[in-house]
Design a protein around this ligand. Sequence first.
Ligand SMILES: NC(=O)C1=CN([C@@H]2O[C@H](COP(=O)(O)OP(=O)(O)OC[C@H]3O[C@@H](n4cnc5c(N)ncnc54)[C@H](OP(=O)(O)O)[C@@H]3O)[C@@H](O)[C@H]2O)C=CC1
Ligand SMILES: O=C([O-])CC(=O)C(=O)O
Length: 254
Amino acid sequence: MRIGIIGCGAIANIIISNITSEDSGIDVVYFFDSDIERAENLAELANGIAVLDFKDMLNDVDLVLECASPDSVKTYAPTILEHGCDMIIMSIGAFMDKEFYMKALKIAKDNNARIHLPSGAVVGLDGIKAVANFNLEEVNLVTRKSPKSLGKDINTEEVLFEGKASDAVKKFPFNINVAATISLACNQDINVKIIVDPKVDRNVHEITVRGDFGEFKTTTMNYPCSTNPKTSMLAALSAIKLLKSFNETISVGM
Ligand SMILES: NC(=O)C1=CN([C@@H]2O[C@H](COP(=O)(O)OP(=O)(O)OC[C@H]3O[C@@H](n4cnc5c(N)ncnc54)[C@H](OP(=O)(O)O)[C@@H]3O)[C@@H](O)[C@H]2O)C=CC1
Ligand SMILES: O=C([O-])CC(=O)C(=O)O
């Protein structure tokens, strides 16, 4: 499978450093970034090709992996899907815009393309998907990050946001894509609290789900990426696992 990457930052660098075509059947060939130097550096590392225009990769890839920004999804995904290329999208917050979601869905269906949204920086999506249609009374996400991760200069704990996921992704587009992933998995605009906490050095996501099935809670205490503290390492690792799973005969879990 031939892949092109859009966005050559923290997630892309972890993916390239941890995936080989021998163990995955994946060839990451093209690299695009608004900063061409970043695309060139990563292309050099991966023995690939940096492109000045994302369209230059579309005739030669099976799948485009977006790890750039929610705006980039809205700008590039329609053209990519029209080409019949599959996509993995990390900036999942873009899909909380219902109109855009429906548009992307239609283009993908019309062009026989698939859109994959990895579990990213949280655990528990398997369970959330399983119980989604069984009368959920409560789905909550509490995210706790350091001032560095949230770009704040404060030394006391503070609730920065309390509300719905659809608002959270607008106010914190680079910190709370996981709220969109959970919302899409259970088909609800979930409740989100974002806390800046000087006592933590992890990106912590606590999910609580309650309904007819019972209740579960998951806590993910992520190490942030060294080059981008907003982003957890697990986000990149989940994309790597998803890429490798395309080549599996037996798949375990969801
Ligand atoms: N689903 C999940 O669980 C998670 C999702 N994410 C999301 O994944 C995305 C990538 O994260 P990460 O690798 O840490 O981000 P980085 O900021 O480290 O890298 C993103 C790169 O993409 C570039 N870029 C941004 N917008 C565009 C655009 N429109 N066209 C071309 N290049 C662009 C950036 O350039 P510049 O810096 O100049 O903007 C930067 O070089 C982010 O949107 C992030 O919020 C992150 C963590 C978890
Ligand atoms: O990586 C994380 O911990 C979560 C994150 O930034 C996001 O969901 O956008």
